[in-house]
Design a protein around this ligand. Structure first.
Ligand SMILES: Cc1cc2nc3c(=O)[nH]c(=O)nc-3n(C[C@H](O)[C@H](O)[C@H](O)COP(=O)(O)O)c2cc1C
Length: 186
């Protein structure tokens, strides 16, 4: 039986993104349960309804990658207490043209990290509201992670045992649900 597939969207377009590192650590926690592919959003053109007639090639690729995946892991920073521009742009392209949205029925897990004490809580609330409105099914619970330099160890794993156990619970529940929905259960 093949493993379920996960498309990973990182909401940051920054080279040294802490959220990309966090996403990579989460993927390691689920390595025996699903196959993950990181989906690019930093090359998507700015959303423009005028371009919906002939979608740019990057947009076609992005929408195909989401459509093919059994689940979507979104790991995002918080920008001005809300959704970063690069991620919002990808959400828009995914939703359009009308009737061709890739989001309905797709199972998602939203999380993120920031150095702030509320650890992306507000962006996650905004994004959940948007993605539920677009028809996604979202994993319950709240995975807000405050970034500290020791969040990752030298191998890129979650460094702290308590945080690792907390996140393993989310990854396991996500993997179980994606397996059940896709029919690819071990
Ligand atoms: C435009 C901008 C707005 C930001 N707003 C917030 C914010 O609202 N809350 C927060 O916790 N951090 C905020 N930050 C700090 C980010 O958490 C920090 O830059 C973090 O490294 C971003 O994640 P990344 O490394 O994955 O890009 C902001 C950073 C930028 C550049």
């Amino acid at each position: 039986m093949p493993k379920p597939t996960i498309a990973v969207i990182v909401g940051s377009n920054r080279k040294e993104s802490i959220n990309r590192k966090y996403a990579q650590a989460l993927v390691k926690l689920g390595a025996d349960k699903f196959d993950a592919t990181f989906v690019r959003i930093d090359d998507l053109p700015m959303y423009n309804q005028d371009n919906e007639g002939t979608l740019p090639a990057e947009v076609v690729r992005f929408k195909d990658e989401i459509t093919r995946a059994d689940g979507v892991l979104i790991v995002t920073p918080e920008h001005n207490r809300s959704i970063p521009a690069a991620l919002n742009n990808a959400v828009h392209w995914g939703a359009r043209p009308f009737g061709k949205s890739v989001w309905p029925g797709k199972l998602g897990f939203i999380t993120g990290t920031s150095p702030g004490t509320v650890g992306t809580a507000l962006v996650q609330q905004h994004l959940r509201s948007v993605m539920l409105g677009l028809g996604m099914t979202l994993l319950g619970g709240e995975a807000y992670v405050t970034f500290k330099p020791n969040l990752f160890d030298d191998q890129g794993n979650i460094g702290d045992e308590t945080t690792q156990k907390f996140l393993q619970g989310f990854v396991d529940r996500f993997a179980t649900l994606v397996g059940q929905i896709s029919g690819k259960t071990a």
